[in-house]
Write a protein that binds this ligand. Structure first.
Ligand code: CA
Ligand code: CA
Length: 301
């Protein structure tokens, strides 16, 4: 049976104290109906000029209690589909994002989406590439606002979190309490002004527990690569965290020597910014699966 989480089942902090919106068995398909980061408050350009209710920002849908998950388990979340609305909104505001110092006027641009393209001001047609901004599990002993990325996932705003990708988290509590929201029809790496093409939609996932104790999470896998994701107060710390975690993964899981890991990370690894604008910055380090195959290592097997 498919579990469907309606869009009004939302929360604003990943917390061990959340009440589950639903329970799901492992591998049971789950569909999260999600709200955009403004919880639908900006549907027309002039909506932004009014006072936004800032208590209703960055909602995540859920959480879902996954049966037979214990604290410390590695949760595998396969993103089987992402559906987006027929419009999105991008917003810039003074003092917000990486060039907030230059922006003098708030502006919201509604972008219609059709035939796989988001149209910016009737001028620029952008092929959509839907991604999830906020996805994570409850920490074991603290509340983390849905706007903040950290070790539990959260607002990582990573363009690689798209259909076909698989995320790995470490459960902090029984049932893990998985939630997600903040879809972007498209976003550039960095998310320079703190918004992508913000949109309502649906996230379809399948969740299970895998035997990969010690995996440095959050961790991402797609057809082409694996990636470590790390969030920290500065880009320097976030980069350092993502890089060191990949080195640890390559030596502890794939069996490479540290010298081989380092040289190959230098040759074919890719350090990329997810976002540079949230309360913590998120960086990822990508490494090609093809090279793992050269070492006869198959991820997840
Ligand atoms: Ca976000
Ligand atoms: Ca967003």
């Amino acid at each position: 049976m498919t579990i469907r989480i309606p869009h009004d089942k939302v929360f604003y902090a990943f917390s061990p104290h959340l009440t589950p919106a639903a329970h799901a068995r492992q591998n049971e398909p789950i569909i999260f109906e999600t709200n955009d980061c403004f919880e639908g408050q900006v549907r027309k350009p002039e909506d932004m000029l009014g006072e936004l209710d800032w208590a209703h920002i960055n909602p995540a849908s859920g959480p879902v209690y996954i049966e037979d998950v214990k604290p410390g388990d590695i949760l595998k979340v396969e993103i089987t589909n992402i559906v987006v609305d027929d419009q999105a909104v991008v917003v810039c505001m003074p003092d917000s994002g990486a060039i907030g110092d230059l922006i003098r006027q708030t502006e919201a641009v509604i972008m219609p989406i059709h035939a796989g393209q988001a149209v910016y001001k009737n001028r620029v047609k952008i092929p959509i590439d839907p991604m999830i901004g906020v996805i994570g599990v409850a920490p074991s002993a603290e509340d983390i606002a849905t706007g903040v990325p950290d070790y539990h996932g959260g607002n990582m705003d990573c363009t690689a979190i798209r259909k076909g990708a698989t995320l790995y988290f470490t459960a902090g509590v029984e049932g893990a309490l998985l939630g997600c929201g903040d879809l972007h029809a498209v976003m550039g790496d960095g998310e320079i002004i703190v918004t992508g093409a913000e949109t309502n939609g649906e996230v379809h996932v399948k969740v299970s527990v895998v035997e990969m104790k010690g995996l440095p999470t959050p961790f991402l896998e797609d057809e082409r690569m694996i990636a470590t994701l790390y969030s920290a107060p500065t880009i320097d710390e976030a980069s350092d965290g993502a890089i060191h975690r990949m080195a640890r993964f390559l030596t502890e899981f794939a069996g490479l020597s540290i010298n081989d890991a380092g040289m190959l990370m230098s040759l074919v690894g890719e350090l990329k910014f997810c976002q540079v604008v949230d309360p913590k910055r998120t960086v990822r380090f990508e490494f090609p699966k093809q090279v793992l195959a050269d070492y006869a290592y198959v991820f997840g097997k």
